[in-house]
Design a protein. Structure first.
Length: 423
């Protein structure tokens, strides 16, 4: 391992070189204080040195690939002088873009530019690594969205700036209001369908979806096209009542190899389709998807934002354990809506909370704080319409990091023992 360690120390960031050296010498416990927290240390601690196959190195990142785990790439970087670990799909990394290639002690060691790691984790700039303190960055290419890592695993996606930021926020809010109301309508119609199916002896389950109502049920393997047609006719006759949409007419029907689509109204679609191909299941699942487009909802959303006069104030949002503070428009609004039909699963008029998908960040400072990362401050030189997200990772990373984080939770009784009569 000595030659591989020498090459790593030659090219890697000093902090990362020290951690990788300790890992390869099986002495990682000696540098555990160099990790952001115990969770990140444990993620690397349980990797096998004997199966280390490839090492990717750039100015500020190191990636490790292990034998029998070619699908996983362990990425390490430095944030605030501490090491973080991310596990992601190795296929997302452009491994062929290396600058130099070495082979030592049975390990392939390749050097890259930082942007290869940026692209793999789905952001364009790393504010911590590139010492960016002003957004939008002066060297920012003239296209959007542009994603910046602003702290830890938090990324800020700039969708528009200047005067366009206000219009981006308002348009996004209009669609968010429409989606919030449409979700209620989809759910109401889905519940009606589920009730009718139950009356005819068909057991089903409702699956919540933000853009449509979805019902899933199991059918016999002898479920044929004529059965789908009867079920669609039943749904249209018994469920699709005119109070949902006045444009109900004789439904048009279209088929594909998976199922049937019925359009009982101009803006309404009911699809009954296989959830999986029946070839692979003895008793296939079927999915009924309801999508309703109602003009009155669109008109309401347009009128709501037309008279919306947002005020620039100090706002605070939380993303995990990160707290983000800035001056801007509201990060949530509440609307009152009277549905044009009877709703059985919600009171009327409805009080509907809406959380805009875009943030409007005004000129000033944007501050991001975290118990372990500290605080990062950015100067906003012109208004921004932005989104907050997380760096790319895969399910393995999320599952393992959650497992270690749960183990660190303080163990406390759910209730005082003296108040419970134990058997």
């Amino acid at each position: 391992m000595e030659e591989a360690i020498r090459i790593v120390n030659m090219y890697a960031h000093p902090i990362l070189a020290k951690v990788v050296t300790a890992f390869m010498k099986k002495k990682l416990h000696r540098v555990r204080d160099m990790f952001i927290n115990y969770v990140h240390y444990k993620l690397l601690r349980h990797a096998s040195v004997k199966r280390l196959k490839r090492i990717y190195i750039s100015q500020n990142y190191v990636g490790l690939v292990f034998e029998f785990k070619d699908n996983y790439l362990y990425i390490m970087g430095v944030d605030g002088g501490k090491v973080f670990v991310n596990i992601m799909d190795a296929s997302r990394f452009a491994s062929s873009d290396y600058r130099d290639y070495r082979f030592a002690d049975g390990i392939a060691i390749m050097t890259y530019e930082d942007y290869c790691f940026f692209n793999a984790m789905e952001y364009h700039n790393d504010c911590i690594v590139e010492n960016i303190t002003t957004l939008p960055w002066p060297n920012n290419p003239d296209f959007y969205p542009r994603w910046y890592r602003i702290q830890g695993d938090v990324v800020l996606g700039i969708m528009a700036d200047g005067e366009a930021a206000h219009h981006e926020y308002i348009n996004s809010l209009m669609f968010d209001i429409y989606d919030s109301i449409a979700t209620i309508i989809h759910r109401e119609l889905a519940y009606r369908i589920q009730s009718v199916l139950s009356d005819h002896g068909i057991t089903s389950e409702f699956m919540a979806d933000s853009s449509q109502g979805v019902i899933r049920f199991k059918g016999p393997k002898t479920f044929k096209r004529e059965h789908l047609a009867k079920l669609a006719r039943l749904i249209v006759d018994e469920v699709f009542i005119e109070d949902i949409d006045e444009s109900v007419r004789e439904p048009s029907v279209s088929w594909n190899f998976r199922g049937i689509t019925v359009r009982p109204a101009m803006d309404t679609t009911i699809t009954i389709a296989y959830d999986r191909h029946p070839m692979f299941e003895h008793y296939p699942f079927y999915r009924i998807t309801v999508h309703v487009g109602i003009d009155v909802v669109r008109a309401f959303a347009e009128s709501a934002v037309k008279y919306f006069k947002p005020e620039v104030k100090e706002r605070t949002i939380n993303h995990g354990r990160h707290t983000i503070r800035f001056n801007g428009y509201p990060t949530s609004v509440v609307i009152e809506w009277e549905p044009p039909f009877k709703v059985t699963h919600a009171p009327t008029p409805m009080i509907i909370p809406v959380r805009p998908r875009r943030l409007y960040i005004d000129v000033g400072e944007l501050k991001v704080s975290h118990p372990e990362h500290g605080e990062n401050t950015y100067s906003i030189v012109k208004p921004l319409a932005a989104m907050v997200g997380s760096t790319h990772s895969n399910e393995v990373f999320e599952a393992r990091s959650n497992a270690w984080a749960i183990k660190l939770l303080p163990v406390e009784p759910l209730w005082p023992k003296d108040t419970v009569e134990w058997p």
